[in-house]
Every structure is written in structure tokens, then in C-alpha cells.
Design a protein around this ligand. Sequence first.
Ligand code: ZN
Length: 57
Amino acid sequence: MSTYRIWYCSCNGTPMELDYEKTLETDGEPYCDCCGATPSSDPRQTLSVEEKEDWDD
Ligand SMILES: [Zn+2]
């Protein structure tokens, strides 16, 4: 079992899941296509994270 994180950005009013595959360009950080927020640069504090457990492992 392992845990992984799902990041959301709520810049457009509803939490939107960030696509992790696009984050490789940004040093592995989740990146919002819409507002450009990342966990280390989130001036409007629109990002939130959810920890998920992966039981398939
Ligand atoms: Zn955003």
C-alpha cells in the first residue's frame, strides 16, 4: 500500500483536479493550467491537497 496526493485548484470556483503528467515541466510540482498556481507559488491560496491510499499496491 502506498499513499499519493491529489492536488486541486479552486481558482474558477470549483475544485479542479490538477493533471500530474503536466507537472514534469515544473520540477515535479502540480501546476494549474488555469491560474498557474503551484504549491510553492500559490499567492491566492487556491490549491488544496487530498491524501489517497492506494490499496492495489
Ligand atoms: Zn488555478
